[in-house]
Design a protein around this ligand. Structure first.
Ligand SMILES: [Fe+2]
Ligand SMILES: [Fe+2]
Length: 359
């Protein structure tokens, strides 16, 4: 078989490869250090024993990242390496089975979407914790977890575009246009998130915290990539997209208030303030201009699969929330390695913040 030879990438935006977390991720990472298409040597394991665990989630994350920005020094040709895709397929089958198992038989889609629209009055998720009792360090950890998605925000859902029929396709692109800044690159949501990270003394480089981020946060992003990279899961991707847009505004409002309380400048809350407004519109658009037209073509996007996608994403988010709250309530950090302390504030910076807040 002829393979396309490419030079190792020199894109300065690509992050370094992370460290392995077990035999599967070690097999993937060892291979990627070699030129493609070197033969991969997957370990002699039948099925991954814990699809939610650190080893599987990191191995999957690394495989998926080859379809986004890649890694520094890694040959781009690995993206379509048959042995690597075969190993990825084993991991995906195990993870997808775990997601289906967790969701079970989905309720009717209308009920799923209606439930997502209702905020539990007694909810106690991470955004509520950060608003009422969180520390600045916990806010910084939260941003590090979220950076793996938000620095490529909207990218996984772009895989849906060529796979959907019109008018759902056109409606999806209208929402995505906003996510990418509506013609103003500096307003792209990923850029706003990077600005917020810088405001909290974090490194906004793409993938900078991959080694520090544990499996529950990787699983949230892997769920999107799994749905995005398989045409057979396009309905689940639509469901995931709908779940994000529907649930975002109240959480974003709490996080904006929480970060302001924890000393953020206007730049440090802009991402969440933007989402309070934008996602109130996006939620309507996704439900009525993306999902509703698809329901008239159930052979393209069956409603139970849309419901599955929304619920699978919600379960992955629940697991991350449980992880964050358990760590914070026990007084430990929620990352695999603690964040370096924040640089002390420069003289005059507080005055600048106050000035910025007035503008
Ligand atoms: Fe967004
Ligand atoms: Fe949105």
């Amino acid at each position: 078989m002829e393979t396309v030879q490419t030079a190792p990438r020199t894109d300065p935006g690509a992050p370094p490869l992370p460290a392995a977390r077990g035999p599967l991720s070690a097999a993937v990472l060892t291979a990627l250090h070699r030129p493609a298409p070197a033969l991969l040597s997957p370990p002699p394991l039948d099925d991954p024993s814990d699809p939610w665990g650190e080893d599987v989630q990191l191995a999957l994350y690394v495989c998926y990242e080859l379809h986004y920005r890649g890694f520094a020094g890694v040959d781009d040709a690995w993206e379509w390496s048959p042995p690597l895709l075969a190993l990825r397929g084993r991991l995906e089958r195990a993870f997808l089975a775990a997601l289906r198992d967790e969701v079970g038989e989905p309720p009717p889609l209308a009920d799923v979407l209606a439930d997502l629209l209702v905020e539990p009055p007694d909810g106690d998720g991470p955004s509520r914790h950060l608003l009422t009792a969180g520390t600045r360090q916990q806010a910084r950890e939260y941003l590090a977890h979220r950076s793996l998605y938000h620095l490529k925000e909207a990218d996984p859902q772009m895989w849906a575009v060529p796979r959907l029929p019109n008018p759902a396709k056109a409606a999806l692109v209208a929402v995505q246009y906003d996510e990418y800044g509506a013609g103003r690159p500096e307003r792209a949501h990923a850029e706003l998130f990077a600005g917020m990270m810088a405001d909290f003394g974090l490194d906004p480089a793409y993938g900078a915290y991959l080694d520090a981020v544990p499996a529950p946060a990787l699983a949230v992003v892997n769920t999107m990539s799994l749905f995005g990279l398989h045409r057979s899961l396009r309905a689940a991707l639509v469901g995931q997209f709908a779940a994000v847009e529907i649930t975002s505004p109240p959480g974003a409002a709490r996080l904006a208030a929480a970060f302001e309380r924890l000393g953020a400048s206007p730049r440090g809350t802009l991402f969440y303030r933007e989402h309070v407004l934008a996602d109130a519109v996006h939620e309507q658009l996704v439900r009525h201009t993306v999902v509703d037209p698809l329901l008239t073509r159930p052979s393209d996007c069956p409603a139970p699969e849309i419901a599955f996608g929304a619920l699978a994403y919600a379960r992955a988010e629940d697991r991350l929330a449980d992880h964050l709250l358990a760590a914070w309530r026990s007084g430990t950090g929620s990352l695999r390695t603690p964040l370096p302390p924040e640089e002390p504030e420069e003289p005059g910076r507080r005055a600048e913040r106050a000035e910025g807040a007035r503008r």
